[in-house]
Design a protein around this ligand. Structure first.
Ligand code: AMP
Ligand code: GLY
Length: 427
């Protein structure tokens, strides 16, 4: 089979590496991929959001399956465009991708169908939003409606911060048109869990759970990022909680989307907060998480091509989906200064060999004419290790990281520590 993967980050590299393990695959193209992905796929210089070029490429190259990695092309209608041209596609259509594309949509969906989430109000008028802040209980969470590269959320501890956030989103439009509407919601507390699930709109199969580390610095300090590291499974997500989530959140979400005429097929991502009063949805994403994919997919033992085809074809109930019993940890090596300003273009030196069950996933990486790898983004590489135990996975991910070098490299030293502490408390 000839496969095409849209996107060029660490998540797409993890998808590609797993797809390559399938005996069915003969060739993989990445649009646009990156300098590190080029080791595992043929990179084609077509931007992830250039849908007409992607469709044209798929048709001319007789692609058997297209996989869309990032949210933006899905929200723009990548799956619709590819399917209309006769290319089977893994990923939700535009009508379903709105579950991530609009927070107003997803909050209203949850309210309408009784899916537990934070209490909220929606505003399209800045004066009304500011007036609401006057006596709403603090802290408050302010969210731009649309996509904002994972940065459209502000946790405001004072009324001044809340009002500044509303101004920035609605008046200054720091996230562009994503800020035409704003969601103001109740602040929730508890451990966070990411659960990715395959669903064909009928059957839903959750993957192994994981924990992201969104803040830039150790101890969950510093600004929010796209994610600085992950560990799977998430020790807070017990089998009992998994059962509750399936019954109260996952299956009701699939049913709600069907009832709205927006059946979801693809990878549905549940960002959950385990509050004292039960699990609640913080956010939905319409795709694999990044860097969640970099710990979840390495633990997948079944054939990802078969699963993706079954998801697309509506036969997921018959697919084999098995995960390894161990753990995985991914540490992101970023450019110093990320998520704000950073320099790029530094040469990356990679080891000739990695420890067993380790992988390097390339994100902000490019290859120059001489074949050297250079840093080319905020998040540069993800170092993943799989092991029998979480502690071992953490140790080995950092061991692998020590063998990689580039100037101005920056990473968190405590990825997985919260999970290990939770396991210790349990024992
Ligand atoms: P999101 O972009 O929706 O994933 O939000 C980014 C992060 O903000 C989440 O991972 C949470 O840590 C935090 N967050 C979002 N909504 C809430 C909320 N209602 N209460 C507390 N924290 C939140
Ligand atoms: N790591 C969070 C996300 O992919 O949205």
């Amino acid at each position: 089979m000839r496969i095409m993967v849209i996107g060029g980050g660490g998540r797409e590299h993890a998808i590609i590496k797993k797809l390559r393990q399938s005996p069915k695959v003969t060739e993989i193209f990445a649009l646009p991929g990156n300098g590190g992905i080029a080791r595992d796929a043929v990179c084609v210089p077509i931007g992830a959001e250039d849908l007409p070029s992607a469709v044209d490429f798929a048709v001319r190259n007789a692609i058997d399956l297209a996989v869309v990695g990032p949210d933006a092309p899905l929200v723009l209608g990548a799956a619709d465009a590819l399917e209309a041209a006769g290319i089977p596609c893994f990923g939700p259509d535009k009508r379903a991708a709105i579950i991530e594309g609009s927070k107003v949509f997803s909050k209203n969906l949850m309210r309408k169908y009784g899916i537990p989430t934070a209490a909220y109000a929606v505003f399209s008028d800045i004066a009304a939003a500011l007036a609401y802040l006057d006596d709403a209980p603090l802290p408050l969470v302010i969210k731009a409606d649309g996509l904002a590269l994972g940065k459209g959320v502000v946790i405001a501890r004072t009324r001044e911060e809340a009002s500044a956030a509303v101004h920035a989103i609605m008046a200054d439009r720091v996230f562009g048109d994503s800020g035409a509407n704003v969601v103001i919601e109740e602040f929730l507390e508890g451990p966070e869990v990411s659960v990715l699930a395959f669903t064909d709109g009928r059957t839903l199969v959750p993957m192994v759970s994981s924990m992201d580390h969104k803040r830039a610095r150790d101890g969950d300090e510093g600004p929010n990022t796209g994610g600085m590291g992950t560990i799977a499974p998430n020790p807070h997500y017990t089998p009992e909680l998994a059962e509750v989530c399936m019954k109260r959140i996952f299956l009701p979400t699939v049913a709600a989307m069907n009832a709205e005429g927006r059946g979801f097929k693809g990878c549905l991502y549940f960002g959950l907060m385990l509050t004292d009063s039960g699990p609640r949805v913080i956010e939905y994403n319409c795709r694999f998480g990044d860097p969640e994919a970099q710990v979840v997919l390495p633990l997948l033992e079944s054939d990802l091509v078969d699963i993706m085809l079954a998801t697309r074809n509506g036969t997921l109930a018959e697919a084999e989906i098995k995960f390894a019993s161990g753990a995985a940890c991914c540490v992101i090596m970023a450019s110093l200064g990320y998520p704000q300003r950073f320099e790029k273009g530094f040469e990356i030196s990679l080891p000739a060999a990695l420890p067993e069950r380790c992988a390097i996933y390339a994100a902000g990486v490019k290859r120059d004419e001489g074949g050297r790898l250079l840093t080319d983004g905020g998040r540069v590489l993800g170092l993943t290790a799989c092991a029998d135990t979480p502690a071992e996975a953490v140790d080995r991910a950092y061991e692998a990281l020590k063998r990689v070098r580039f100037e101005n490299a920056f990473y968190r030293k405590d990825i997985g520590q919260k999970a290990l502490a939770a396991l210790k408390k349990e024992a």
